[in-house]
Design a protein around this ligand. Structure first.
Ligand code: AMP
Length: 218
């Protein structure tokens, strides 16, 4: 059983790296932001409660976040373990998490702020299958269309300069201290997120003593 937390500033590639890590190791990727986005897109009651907060780039309240995380982890569909992404984001969430689960490692993706802005503002998302694109490094084959399912790509409502400022402020003020909290327990692995995704993945695996990435054959 492997339980990892992946942390890093917006646009550092947490989603991409989590997917690569989960793929051949049969881990479950739990992305708290994706769960909230699903609720917004599906027009659930929870979605209505968090939509404005998310669009402004602000953090959803801790009670709601903890409920969503608890319910997700209570599904116990993670026999081989999980990678949790986008959580914990402040001290209270970290305490809640550490009280209930032991963690085998924290992956910290590091990216300078100018690169964060460049990446986030050129990010596009498929609202149908969740695939992420980047107009600089990872363009779709047909402009504006998802390579996997052909759906029209969108810009995340919180990938605007204003919302990004709010998210970076929260990251620096609230999430960085969590990293220091974890660091005192000595299981944080700092990884440079600037190289191409496969190189970053290789470094993560080496840091965690995991076998190299072996893409699954269908
Ligand atoms: P992300 O995709 O991780 O950037 O998350 C998108 C948005 O979902 C954030 O800007 C928050 O509004 C909300 N969110 C996701 N995870 C959390 C969390 N752990 N605490 C509070 N809000 C969160």
């Amino acid at each position: 059983m492997r339980k990892y937390v992946i942390m890093g500033v917006q646009g550092s590639g947490k989603g991409t790296q989590s997917e690569l890590l989960c793929d051949d190791l049969d881990l479950v990727h739990i992305a708290v932001g994706d769960i909230f986005r699903w609720h917004v897109q599906s027009h659930t009651k929870l979605g209505a409660q968090v939509r404005r907060i998310m669009n402004a780039g602000d953090l959803v309240g801790d009670d709601m976040v903890e409920k969503v995380v608890r319910e997700r982890l209570d599904q116990h569909d993670w026999n081989f373990g999980f990678v949790i992404d986008g959580f914990p984001r402040n001290g209270r969430q970290a305490e809640f998490f550490m009280e209930s689960y032991d963690i085998d490692g924290v992956i910290h993706l590091e990216l300078p702020e100018d690169e964060v802005r460049r990446r986030v503002l050129s990010r596009r998302l498929c609202p149908n299958c969740g695939m992420d694109y980047n107009l600089i490094a990872d363009r779709p084959e047909v402009e504006g269309r998802c390579d996997i399912c052909g759906h029209e790509l969108i810009t995340r409502a919180d990938d605007t300069p204003e919302a990004l400022d709010a998210r970076l402020r929260d990251y620096n003020e609230k999430t960085r201290p969590v990293l220091e909290l974890f660091r005192r327990k000595e299981f944080v692995h700092d990884i440079d997120a600037r190289p191409p995704a496969d190189e970053v993945q290789a470094k993560i695996r080496a840091a965690l003593n995991l076998p190299p990435y072996q893409p699954k054959r269908d």
